[in-house]
Ligand binder design. Sequence first.
Ligand code: 76R
Length: 251
Amino acid sequence: MSQAVSTYEGWYVYHDFRKIDWNKWKSINPSEREQMIQELLETIQKWSSVENNRKGSFGQYAILGHKADLLFVHLRPTIDELNEVKLQFDKLDFADVTSTPYSFTSVVELSSYTIPPGTDPFSDPAFRERLEPILPKTQYVCFYPMNKRRLGDDNWYMLSVEERRKMMKSHGMIGRSYAGRVRQIITGAIGFDDWEWGVSLFSDDPLTFKKLVTEMRFDEVSARFGEFGPFYVGCRLTSDGLTSLLSDNIK
Ligand code: 76R
């Protein structure tokens, strides 16, 4: 049996993808729509306020393509709070014009591959901040779930910890060459969701996602072991942005 990797967990994360039923939304009279937006914004205000005392983080995005229209990302210290947040949304009148084409439940995860044995990572205060991250306020987000393959000789879970560490080191080096251009939050979902990890990338230039993911595809750990779910790309929304997405040019 190979030795399991030890991991450090931080805040729990809920990626809530929403699709808007535009026919239904447009059939509602304007004053009622206005009221529904206000109610939504008040709830969002509450969700965002957790960042003030570092009790979590919140981000909202407009998603491109047919797979979803909106993405709400919640980070909270407990999974119970994520459940509350989910129900708070579902009880809003606005929820009645949306559906959930995708969601992902996971927890911020840092693994020990690149931590020298015998050192306490918590001696660096930045380590806790990485486990409890405030979502970067970049213009663009990219999210996808992934697995590590278990097939014949390409079985990640049968490799020795040294082999895995070597590959993760190379992976981390590529990642670090994107420092300042992209931020990543890796969340672990084993036992929580249908894929093993969620990858959330943040950048002010969407092309950076393509460049980084392409470069990693050629690196051994992704080339041999990476299996990927659906990709989502989106633009960060302010409250005003969300209001105009829902109100501008509505006939
Ligand atoms: O956290 C660290 O800085 C240590 C190095 C590191 C680890 C251990 C690291 C760095 N990652 C780690 C773990 Mn990563 N990462 C991905 C993807 O599309 C693909 O091919 C893969 C998706 C991207 C784009 C990415 C980016 N990473 C992991 C794990 C857990 C593996 C396990 O435990 O088996 C996964 C699934 C994963 C996937 N990674 C970085 C990045 C970037 C940009 C970095 C540099 C981070 C930095 O230095 O700030």
